[in-house]
Design a protein. Structure first.
Length: 365
């Protein structure tokens, strides 16, 4: 298919959600693979506002923010870094409850990300394991990336939704969010505590009541972050990071205590294999404008259970070498084509002369 807005060539579908679909794509401008979230314009208002006002100001190794966007007809695409290790929710589903030292590393990276986000004047408002992406690091130290700012709000900005609208995911929302409070960074810190509890226990928080008391070295950290009164929580992500460090659960940067466990957490590449016409370094042929015969066309996914689109058969590029047999056929056909063009020119000339002669005869009568 033709590159979207002349820049993004969609390759295969890697995820779907309520806000649209996510594709692995090739960015022609950057010559790199990216994750492209494809939205209808009616879904894009909140994210478009965020991208235009905030994303370029949040450059952080633990944040995945859109670094480019394009619009074409009724669709909008946001391009982000391609993160290959899935999400913390995927890891939790595969492994179950995680070791405290591993959870502490994830929380430390998440709090560093939130420090950058809050400093940019943004509250995420939808922290949960599914929005915490992971690079593929195997059993080594995890590398978390905070993503999905679809319901992010600006600090001290008047609300743009009705009072009855609650944004976020039930179970991870601070009590004041349920009451319609304006965005506040301490709401994200409540969600950090709820996520920490889930990673340690494997139990997803419910909106029906407070979290059960946690055990272990992170118990006080979780209790403080999930305080009902916002003033009893840490005042900032930086302060929460200090409490995490004081818990003693955070291992030194060069150690991996979980690696000695019989069932160590492992984050591996979750992306499907590339289609045959693509390699780890890019396409196997130039990705110029699409030809009318459909070179590089990606078909829509077939059936409800399909997770990847079907790639149509690739035809040789326009500048690809022509097999010798085809060259011989062209050599034979060429004289016939030339003779046809000569006769067409002769007939056209005779017809034109006849029309001119008729016009002259009518004028001199």
């Amino acid at each position: 298919m033709e590159a979207f807005a002349g820049r993004y060539r969609l390759i295969d579908l890697i995820g779907t959600g309520g806000m649209g679909s996510v594709w692995r794509a090739w960015d022609l401008r950057r010559s790199a693979y990216v994750a492209a979230k494809v939205l209808g314009q009616h879904d894009a208002g909140t994210l478009l506002r965020f991208v235009r006002e905030q994303s370029l100001r949040i450059q952080h190794p633990h944040v995945v923010a859109p670094h480019g966007w394009a619009a074409d007809d009724d669709k909008v695409v946001f391009a982000m870094d391609l993160v290959r290790g899935g999400s913390v929710a995927t890891l939790l589903g595969d492994h179950g409850p995680l070791p405290p030292s591993y959870v502490a590393v994830l929380l430390d990276q998440l709090l560093h990300a939130l420090s950058a986000v809050h400093a940019a004047g943004v509250v995420h408002r939808d922290l949960k394991p599914a929005n915490l992406l992971l690079d593929a690091t195997g059993t080594g130290r995890p590398h978390l990336r905070l993503s999905d700012f679809g319901v992010a709000g600006l600090i001290d900005e008047p609300r743009m939704t009705r009072n009855s609208t609650i944004l976020g995911t039930p179970g991870y929302l601070a009590p004041e969010q349920l009451s319609g409070a304006d965005p506040d960074p301490r709401q994200d810190l409540y969600a950090v505590g709820a996520v920490a509890h889930e990673l340690l226990t494997g139990d997803r928080p419910t909106p029906s009541g407070p979290l059960p008391p946690a055990a272990g070295p992170l118990a006080d950290f979780i209790h403080t972050c999930t305080a009902t009164n916002p003033s009893d929580r840490p005042a900032s992500a930086h302060e929460a990071g200090r409490l995490l460090a004081e818990s003693g659960a955070l291992p030194p940067a060069d150690s991996h205590p979980w690696a000695t466990h019989p069932d160590a957490p492992e984050v591996f590449d979750q992306l499907p294999p590339l289609p045959p016409t693509w390699t780890p370094t890019g396409p196997t042929h130039p990705t110029g404008p699409a030809r009318p015969d459909g070179v590089g066309q990606v078909a829509r996914p077939q059936g409800a259970g399909s997770s990847r689109p079907q790639v149509t058969q690739q035809l040789p590029a326009a500048d690809a070498p022509v097999p010798r047999a085809a060259e011989a056929g062209r050599a034979v056909e060429a004289p016939g084509r030339r003779r046809g063009l000569v006769w067409l020119a002769v007939v056209s000339f005779v017809g034109a002369a006849g029309l001119i002669g008729s016009a002259v005869w009518i004028l001199v009568r």
